[in-house]
Structure formats: C-alpha cells, structure tokens
Design a protein around this ligand. Structure first.
Ligand code: SF4
Length: 582
C-alpha cells in the first residue's frame, strides 16, 4: 500500500509482545538502507555493545518492493560483533516480498528471549514461540523443522541461524530461504545473542497495484530491459562464477591465501566447469525473472553397497573463491561439498574460507601448531577443511573461538598479521589492485559491492587519487539509493536515475522521484554518520602487507598509490559523516 510514512513492527523478545509504529521520513530516507539507518538512530544504542539485549536487529524493504522486478532485497542492520560498529547486510530470497505482503516496511527486533525461540510475523499475526528443541540444530535441519511448523510454502520466508550464530561467532550468517544469506559481519550472532533461532515472515496479506495506464506499461518496459539485454546471459547462463576464469586470466584471482593470483589448476573450478559438471538448476529470488542462483549437487554414500543421498548446493563466484582457490581446492565437487559443510554450520562462507586460508599458511610457517588447529590443515585437503569448519563454527578451542571473531584478531594474538587477507573483514574474491583494496577496506559494508572498485582497477592504468576516490564516493552514492529501493545490484544497469524516477512516480511517490540526487546524498551521509557514531575510524584501518606483495596484470601493487588512496578516501568518509544532515 502506498503511504507517506513507514509501517514498522517492533517486537520485544523479552515480553513476547510487539506493536506497529508509524515512522515519518519517507521522502527523506526512501526505505531499505536509508530506513535502516534511521531506525538504528531511533532504536540503536551506540554506547552499548553489539550483544546488549537493547540493541535492535532491523529488517527493511523499499518503496518499489512488489511493484517492480528485482526490487528483491531486504536490508538487515545491526551493531556488528565483528567490530562493534553499525553494519548492514543484504539478502534476497522471498524475505522482501513476504514483508511487503505482511504489510510491513520494517521489522525491528529488540530484547532477549528467556529461552531459545522463534518469531512469527504476518499481516495480522505476531507470535514469539519458545523453541528450545531447535537450539543446537544445524541450519538444514532447522529449516526442515521450521517449514513443517509453519506451513505457507511460496508465501512465507524463513530466516534462521546455525550453531555458529548460537556460539556468537562474528562470522555467523543468517540463512534466508535456504539459498540466500545475510552473510557478512555477523548478523547470525546478533540473532544468537537474542536467543532467536528463526524468524518466519508470513506473506499472508494482499496489496493493490496502481490502477493507472502508465504503471503496467512501465512494468513491461522495465521487464523487457531486464530480460532482453545481456543481463540474462551474464547472470543466468554461467552466473558470477564466470569471474573465476576471467580473474585468473588477468592475474587477479586470490589463490592459496593470496600467495598467487593466477594458476592453471583453477581450470577445475571455473564457471564453465561448474555448469558442465555440477549444475542441476537455476533459481530466482521472488519477483526476479533473471534467476542468477546456480544450484549444483553433492552426494554422499551413506550405506554400502551404493546407497547415496544428495543435497542441492547454491554456488557463486565468492564462495568458489573463498573455499576454492583460497584453499587450493581445484575440484568443483569438492568445493561444493565445502560450501555445503560451511552452510550447515551457519557460517559465512567467504569469511570462513579466508580465515582458514590464513590458518593454513600460519601452520605451514610454524606460527600455529596442530595444538591450535586440531587438524593438519593443508591447501587442497577437503576432508581436513570440513573438520576445521566445524571447529570454527562451534568454537572448539581457544584458537577457533578467537578466529571466529575475525582473522585479524587471531593473527594479532598468534602472529601473521602481515599475511591475513583482511580488508575491513575477510577479503572478497578480487585481487584487482589498489582501488579495490582501499574500497573494501574502508567501504561501508567492507563488501566488494559497496562500489565497483574492482572494475575501476580493471579499466584504469593511471594513478590519479582524486579521480579514483571521486569515483568511489559517487558510485557508493548511486548504489545507496538503489539499496534504499532494495534493488538487486545486478539490475543497476537498467535502474538508472531516470527509470527509478518513473517507477516511483508510477506508484505515487512523486516527491521522492523529483529528489533522487538530494535524497541519495543525504542517505549516504546519514549512513556514515551512524557508522562513525558507533566508533568507526577510517584512518585507523590498515591494509596488510600481503596485498602489496602481489602482481596483477598492471604489475606490482604500488604502495605509495595505495597509501594515498587510503588517506584520501578516509578524509572523504569523515567529511561525509560529519557534515550537517540538514
Ligand atoms: S539477479 Fe539473482 S540475486 Fe538478483 S534478484 Fe535475481 S535471482 Fe536474486
């Protein structure tokens, strides 16, 4: 329903009660990222730690969710166990549409349940149900159980955590509808700290579509652009794993804890190889005609003779890099088996893979011993990594508990900070050069998707600091409006400012449509202001030596250029976060 305010459900786990509140500010913050930052300012406690019961766990959608294709993400915002700063994570699946059908723009969960519980919300329903029997269950069994407990297939979305979230690991994710994740910066631990094992969103209401002539015409036009262009080929065909061969070809693929950036052995884990050998089917987030989710399979012998079970496992470039090339794995099925093992534990696959890559090199160098790692970690050894993933998720000893708080924390204690592949958090799958390293290290989500620094590196050989940082700031500003619309960033080529303005107008948000540039600018500043208020200091971010030791297609990384980019980007971030919000 079009409304000029936000309809937000606030649930208090301590009392088991909640209420719907009206929050003003649609024309100022739009929704998604902007709304999340505004809600954190209202409900969050910058002065208290991330696991204080009062801290909110926030989920928001945007004004175009349900009205246009690929407006399919939900923004999850929280104070992160990784660094105790304000953080955002994004995921698709059915969560956004279920919130729309539940007639909610946002869901805010505060308090801590007395016993492990799950929350069920719908258009006319709120229930906090005690569910102690789910505690300790892996993510897949939890999913199966919740699906049986709360029928509504196709309309409901199920968010859940695994053992890693229960243990408070800063690498714990929230799984969304099996194949998608709020992956990074430890949102799963925030649920765990609230003793919240699952969230079920019942999309059990209806919402009317605009009855104008323009709306269906515009919808068709957007739909055609999304499906007629090369987007379908790029994301549906081989999907993001196409990057493995491309990056390997330009010496920009992180391999064996970034000791190499290219290796012919990665032929076994290219997008082409995954498609030829392992691909079962494509899937899509609700409301998306592209379907970029690639699902392969793993099988396990559970009994002699020849009795197998199989599981479906989603794959993308990032998981393939993290538990593939970073761990020296060169077999697609073994990579899928590792993705499956990590997912079962409710760990973020990118963080876990990069952390174990560091631990493997530290063990090789004698900085760690098997007393710490418990298993003889070795690049390319799938079985050992499967055991290590479980140790990491459950915090099997002091070493794994510390590693689960972040690779740099473990490296600071045991040694080996210089080869910890950490850029704000465990690195993304691009070793393209200076601009990407700085963009991830200082970027808002420490994500390769904060801005396309990796692409800038691939297109520019000049070393103009002002141009590069100007690009990062502008690109982030454009993306922040998209993530406030909760658009999938794969659609950024179609959802230009002009198209977004038409879409907003067609559903009745004319004021927002007229002010996209100003609103983007103010959301960008609001997010940085919120982040800085929780203690983030971009000047304190360091980039480990390993990133300056590599060679890409442009040659050796230039330490002077890297340092100058970092200084200038930090200055711009502080400027944005400190400017008067007006
Ligand atoms: S392109 Fe992929 S990630 Fe984006 S909405 Fe579609 S299925 Fe989801």
């Amino acid at each position: 329903m079009i409304r000029d305010h936000f309809r937000v459900l606030v649930v208090d786990l301590a009392t088991g009660r909640g209420s719907v509140v009206s929050v003003e500010g649609r024309d100022a913050v739009a929704g998604g990222s902007g709304l999340a930052a505004m809600l954190f300012a209202k409900y969050g406690r910058a002065d208290k730690p991330w696991d204080d019961p009062a801290q909110p766990l926030i989920f928001t959608i945007g004004p175009l969710t349900g009205y246009f294709p690929l407006m399919s993400k939900t923004v999850c915002a929280f104070k992160s166990p990784y660094h105790d700063h304000y953080a955002e994570s994004h995921a698709g699946g059915r969560s956004a549409l279920s919130l729309r059908f539940a007639d909610l723009d946002g869901l805010v969960i505060i308090g801590r349940a007395e016993k492990p519980s799950c929350v069920v919300v719908g258009s006319r329903r709120l229930e906090v149900r005690e569910a102690h029997y789910l505690w300790g269950m892996d993510l897949q069994t939890t999913g199966k159980t919740l699906r049986r407990m709360f029928p509504g297939s196709g309309h409901r979305s199920i968010l859940r955590i695994g053992p890693a979230g229960e243990q408070g690991s800063a690498m714990a994710c929230i799984n969304v509808d099996t194949n998608r994740h709020f992956g990074r910066l430890g949102a799963g631990a925030v649920m765990g700290a609230k003793r919240l094992k699952g969230i079920v969103i019942l999309g059990d209401g209806i919402f009317p579509l605009p009855e104008t002539k323009e709306y269906p015409k515009l919808f068709q036009e957007v739909y055609r652009k999304l499906t007629d262009t090369d987007m379908m080929d790029k994301y549906h065909n081989l999907g993001t794993p196409i990057n493995v061969a491309v990056l390997n070809g330009i010496r920009a693929l992180p391999i064996r804890n970034l000791q190499q950036t290219s290796d012919d052995a990665t032929d076994g884990i290219t997008g082409e190889r995954f498609a030829d050998d392992t691909l079962l089917r494509h899937m899509a987030c609700a409301g998306c005609p592209v379907g970029c989710i690639h699902v392969g399979f793993v099988r396990e012998k559970f009994m002699e003779p020849n009795q197998y079970l199989y599981r479906q496992v989603p794959y993308d470039h990032e998981p393939i890099f993290a538990v593939g090339s970073m761990l020296g794995m060169t077999d697609a099925f073994k990579v899928l088996a590792l993705i499956d093992a990590v997912d079962k534990q409710g760990l973020d696959v990118m963080s876990a893979g990069v952390a174990l890559a560091w631990a493997t090199e530290a063990l090789e160098k004698g900085i760690l011993s098997e007393n710490e790692t418990l298993v003889p970690l070795k690049f390319g050894d799938e079985q050992t990594y499967r055991q290590a993933m479980q140790h990491l998720a459950t915090g099997a000893n002091e070493f794994y508990r510390l590693l689960g708080q972040g690779t740099m924390k473990a490296a600071a204690y045991y040694g080996g900070t210089e080869f910890a592949c950490v850029l704000g958090q465990e690195m993304g799958g691009y070793a393209t050069g200076e601009v990407f390293f700085v963009s991830q290290a200082l970027g808002f989500r420490h994500s390769h998707l904060d801005s396309s620094g990796y692409s800038y590196d691939q297109k520019h050989t000049d070393k103009n600091v002002g141009d590069a940082v100007g690009f990062l700031v502008r690109d982030e500003r454009e993306r922040v409006f998209l993530t406030s619309m909760v658009a999938c960033l794969f659609a950024r080529g179609v959802y230009s400012e002009a198209v977004l303005a038409d879409c907003l107008r067609s559903v009745g948000y004319s004021t927002l449509a007229e002010n996209i540039a100003a609103v983007s600018n103010s959301i960008q500043k609001l997010r940085w202001k919120t982040r800085l208020a929780t203690g983030f200091d971009p000047r304190a971010v360091t980039i480990p030596k390993r990133f300056t030791e590599i060679t890409t297609w442009k040659g050796k990384v230039d330490e002077g250029y890297l340092a100058a980019l970092k200084e200038e980007y930090a200055r711009r971030i502080l400027e944005m976060g400190r400017e008067d919000q007006g």
